[in-house]
Design a protein around this ligand. Structure first.
Ligand code: IMP
Length: 196
């Protein structure tokens, strides 16, 4: 029976499942924003780290438990690292991901530099206001959509360095070993062993 508890400040079922399974090995019980009926917070930061911190601090203060917040997105180098923290809002504004893909490819038509990276920041916050940050990144390039059955968001146009398939075509297991989120999560797991 786990005796240690941590809150994951997210309502994303996929991410919650992933972190629950990762932390079960350390006998840490993960409670989600829905489990605790936490209020929605406004992501009004100007960086991934600020947004992750906003979510984590709010959850830690509301629950009185250590809480983890995350924020991630796609940064396209020739477009000044856009859409960055606005990744999901940009796709929404474009009327969905297929339109966002066309828009990006059009804006990159004239440039040879198709490089991009996904970034993920995880912030662990404590009820006393202390925080710790863990960062993950995966580099790659933007390609014409290659859509498989896997992935979500910008996966169909992102091909990680060293691979000939996009994130949407790679298996879930493969993506989960090389992704920005996996990298940030591994840094967090290394640290959490000393936390409790
Ligand atoms: P959030 O961190 O869940 O708020 O994700 C922000 C947005 O970044 C997502 O809605 C996607 O548009 C994009 N994104 C973040 N991680 C990934 C990924 O692994 N694949 C594809 N898109 C992603």
């Amino acid at each position: 029976m786990p005796t240690k508890q941590i809150v994951f400040a997210s309502r994303n079922a996929g991410k919650i499942k992933e972190i629950k399974s990762l932390l079960s090995a350390y006998e840490i019980e993960v409670l989600s924003a829905d489990d605790l009926d936490l209020p929605e917070v406004q992501e009004n930061g100007t960086t991934f780290e600020e947004n992750a911190k906003i979510k984590a601090l709010s959850a830690a203060q509301e629950s009185g438990l250590p809480a983890l917040g995350d924020d991630s997105g796609l940064c396209i180098h020739a477009l000044n690292n856009e859409p960055g923290i606005y990744s999901s809002r940009y796709a929404e504004k474009m009327g969905g991901y297929p339109n966002a893909f066309s828009d990006i490819l059009k804006r990159l038509e004239e440039t040879a530099d198709k490089s991009a990276h996904f970034s993920c920041f995880l912030v662990l916050a404590f009820p006393n206001g202390e925080t710790k940050t863990f960062e993950g990144r995966v580099d790659g390039k933007i390609v014409k959509p290659q859509k498989g059955d896997n992935g979500f968001g910008f996966d169909p146009i992102f091909m990680p360095d060293g691979y000939t398939q996009t994130f949407a075509l790679l298996s879930e297991e493969k993506k989960n070993t090389i992704s920005h989120r996996a990298n940030a999560m591994n840094a967090f797991i290394e640290d959490i062993k000393n936390l409790f």
